[in-house]
Design a protein. Structure first.
Length: 182
């Protein structure tokens, strides 16, 4: 199944391609972005970190049907990437995202999350979506709460910034479709 491009009122979500590694390498290695990422993300971020991730992790997982990954771009500047949003066929970790700090707090990630979450439920026909996050990641928690997700578990997890309190948020397809009737 090919991964679609999505156009929202403010955004263009394009499936990840190998050439995107150059922009990722330029914008991703920032503490404000990586501190709440899983501990497997290397820090300091190596010079070839994005190329390795894109070519050896992301694109192979997309080819196997285990991941759906989009670059996030503003509609009015579609050549410039400002973040990534991903869906994963992994237990208790189905959606992840990051956005450069300059574009945070403007509702863009919520806009991107709505489109890909709907794709998860109504195209991929998955029954539940779960998203882990550090308790301190307030903006990510707001996106989950505003999407009618509910907190189902708390635990300690290792992140780039260390061992932190972590939460697991969940929503079912039925709940999603009830709250997002068109």
């Amino acid at each position: 199944m090919s991964i679609p491009t999505f156009i929202t009122p403010s955004l263009l979500l394009k499936p990840l391609v190998a050439n995107d590694a150059v922009q990722i390498q330029r914008i991703y290695p920032r503490w404000e972005i990586v501190r709440y990422m899983v501990s497997s993300v290397p820090w300091p971020f190596p010079e070839n970190g994005a190329e390795h991730y894109v070519n050896n992790v992301a694109l192979p997982d997309m080819a196997k049907g285990l991941a759906w990954i989009w670059t996030i771009r503003r509609s009015d500047d579609p050549d410039i990437m400002i973040g990534l949003i991903c869906l994963y066929d992994v237990e208790d970790n189905n959606r992840g995202f990051w956005l450069v700090p300059e574009w945070q707090g403007q509702g863009l990630m919520r806009e991107a999350s709505i489109v890909v979450t709907d794709y998860w439920f109504n195209t991929l026909n998955r029954p539940v979506l779960r998203a882990p996050k550090a308790v301190d990641n307030i903006r990510s928690k707001r996106i989950s709460a505003s999407s009618h997700m509910r907190l189902i578990k708390t635990e300690k997890k290792q992140y780039v910034s260390g061992r932190l309190d972590s939460e697991l948020w969940e929503i079912t397809r039925e709940e999603w479709n009830f709250h997002n009737q068109k």
